[in-house]
Design a protein around this ligand. Structure first.
Ligand code: C5P
Length: 283
């Protein structure tokens, strides 16, 4: 059995451009892996299956993106060996932190080791599974462009931690992009450079262009952002299509203090460090 860990991501800004011929939007932003984790394992079995570590069925069954990632590696490796995948989730579903993509990237890496597939072939499979999977496979800090498949690694960021709050709602990414198309000139949510940690200031202000569309789909996101900003006394940013909101802090202790005074009723409220990896193999 091979075990691994998948790390969530946040978007330090997401500029959105026109829709491409393939239906996806051009994006540009800095993506960052963070220390919020799912756990996976993969082992040879008599039949294919995907369960939690406690043995419960994973909702989508073999359609789950992590299983599809493992199956894609198996196919490219020319094997027909059935596998049992386990998936234990902490990263909230449909939250803008790329949990499904992170699981898929970790499953690619684990399955590549299991089936003996090379890194270059695995990197070709990643974007076919979802727009964020190529970033999650690379992990750490990167500039991401195209529909998400153009990933340029950047020097690791350091010197700050994040307070993360996931409001009690799920957001469907396609719905937010579709709403973005309908809004004339959407003004993104911004954090100006002086309000950013020093390591991020050279990038200029952070902008998430999807914010107005996310709020149009789920208006409560704006109420949560305003309430958290008032409590934390600093700007709060949306990750991706949301609803995850986050603020910048000096270190994990300061972020944990802030999280302890965040509004009650969130799906998740946690202080997290930046992660240099999108996944790890844990022997
Ligand atoms: O690639 P992924 O399956 O994560 O994308 C989900 C949906 O989000 C797409 O079907 C599309 O509607 C939207 N999307 C987009 N442009 C992107 C990424 C996602 O329009 N760059």
């Amino acid at each position: 059995m091979i075990r691994g860990t998948a790390f969530a991501k946040v978007n330090f800004g997401l500029r959105v451009g026109s829709r491409r011929e393939d239906g996806f939007h051009r994006v540009d932003g800095i993506f960052q892996s963070v220390g919020l984790k799912d756990r996976l394992s993969l082992a040879a079995a008599e039949t294919d299956g995907i369960q939690t570590a406690a043995g419960a069925q994973v909702q989508e069954g073999l359609d789950n993106l992590a299983f599809r990632a493992a199956a894609a590696v198996r196919e490219r490796a020319g094997s027909s060996q059935p596998v049992a995948v386990t998936l234990d989730k902490t990263i909230p579903f449909a939250s803008g932190m790329g949990g499904g993509s992170a699981d898929a990237a970790a499953a690619l890496a684990i399955a590549a080791r299991f089936f003996g597939l090379d890194d270059d072939t695995v990197a070709l499979i990643a974007p076919q599974l979802g727009s964020d999977v190529a970033f999650c496979l690379r992990g750490g800090t990167a500039r991401v462009a195209g529909r998400g498949e153009i990933v340029t690694p950047l020097d690791p960021l350091a010197g700050f931690a994040l307070g993360i709050v996931v409001p009690p709602t799920e957001v469907a990414t396609p719905e937010v992009f579709a709403r973005w198309d309908e809004i004339e000139t959407p003004a993104g949510l911004r954090i100006s450079s002086p309000d950013l940690p020093p390591a991020l200031r050279p990038e200029g202000e952070l902008v998430n262009d999807l914010y107005p569309a996310a709020v149009a789909v789920v208006p409560e996101i704006d109420d949560w952002r305003q309430e958290i900003e008032a409590r934390w006394q600093r700007p709060v940013m949306l990750s991706g299509s949301g609803p995850t909101l986050f603020g910048f802090f000096l270190d994990l202790d300061e972020a944990a203090d802030a999280v302890s005074i965040s509004p009650t009723g969130a799906r998740l409220a946690e202080a997290v460090e930046l992660s240099p990896h999108g996944w790890t193999i844990d022997d």
